[in-house]
Ligand binder design. Structure first.
Ligand SMILES: NC(=O)c1ccc[n+]([C@@H]2O[C@H](COP(=O)([O-])OP(=O)(O)OC[C@H]3O[C@@H](n4cnc5c(N)ncnc54)[C@H](OP(=O)(O)O)[C@@H]3O)[C@@H](O)[C@H]2O)c1
Length: 247
């Protein structure tokens, strides 16, 4: 499947930027959407300097669901069609603040689940009608099991993983590819305050896995690969033992 016209939501994300750099080559055009105009311009200029096709941009806070359809229309017009769309935006929720105030929990659900699902739902209908396209959603290993320390983020990402799985089974006979990306710990601005260790990966390592899955039609990819067996064990631990781990 060709990926010559790539739409990226949350394009200033470190993982999205690394993925765009790996996809960039002559003839590939991008339409980048992010909320911070200055950061977005830096990403646009970096990609344009790599000798790919046209790079167009749109500034938008993606929590504003009512703008989603027109953002996709704009991308379609700018590139003359969309071959692949990557939905990358996300925030690492402040669990304590969410516990204290459910409005914060609802806001995190909007950013990490409702807004990505809204974009994916619209794109899915357009791709299904056309009978082609690749949809990529960046979820997380966190969504595989709710931990006491981050169950709000985990709930949103778990819902996003389920939504992507549903889209995939719905669209498999329509010629549309749906890739669920489940990164583990990645060294990006989102995790800047954490101490790094052996399980940590660079955005570029994760980007390599994303591009491979897009090209080969991977369904659900754990990145790096070792998170698949780790999460298999974590998912299957009895809750009585899991709760005692205090993670
Ligand atoms: N880093 C990890 O360990 C890790 C692990 C698993 C999954 N992930 C997921 O990977 C994806 C990319 O994150 P990252 O690690 O690359 O971190 P990042 O560099 O901090 O990227 C997060 C991006 O989301 C954007 N964003 C957040 N809310 C937005 C909104 N309302 N409207 C538009 N853009 C919004 C941010 O924009 P601003 O720059 O303007 O804030 C930023 O570009 C996220 O979905 C994240 O949950 C990350």
């Amino acid at each position: 499947m060709s990926h010559d016209r790539v739409l990226i939501f949350g394009a200033t994300s470190a993982i999205a930027q690394a993925t765009a750099r790996r996809l960039a080559r002559p003839g590939v055009s991008f339409h980048l959407v992010a909320r911070d105009a200055a950061k977005l311009e830096a990403v646009r200029a970096d990609l344009a300097a790599r000798g790919c096709g046209a790079v167009s941009v749109a500034v938008s806070d993606l929590d504003q669901l009512e703008r989603h359809a027109s953002l996709i229309d704009e991308a379609d017009r700018a590139m003359g069609g969309i071959d692949a769309a990557i939905v990358a935006q996300g925030t690492l929720s402040d669990q304590a603040a969410c516990e204290a105030d459910f409005a914060r929990t609802a806001a995190e659900m909007r950013t990490n689940f409702i807004a990505p699902a809204s974009l994916l739902a619209d794109l899915a209908n357009r791709f299904a009608a056309r009978g082609s396209g690749t949809l990529v959603g960046i979820s997380s290993v966190a969504g595989d099991r709710a931990r006491r320390s981050n169950y709000v983020y985990a709930t949103a990402k778990g819902a996003l993983s389920l939504f992507l799985a549903g889209l995939r089974v719905r669209l498999r006979e329509k010629g549309v590819r749906v890739v669920t990306v489940k990164p583990g710990f990645v060294d990006t601005p989102m995790t800047a305050r954490f101490r790094k260790g052996v399980l940590w990966a660079s955005p570029d390592r994760v980007a390599r896995g994303i591009v491979r899955a897009m090209e080969r039609g991977g369904a659900e990819v754990y990145l790096p690969w070792f998170w698949r067996p780790i999460m298999f064990v974590i998912r299957h631990l009895p809750e009585s033992i899991f709760a005692r781990l205090k993670i």
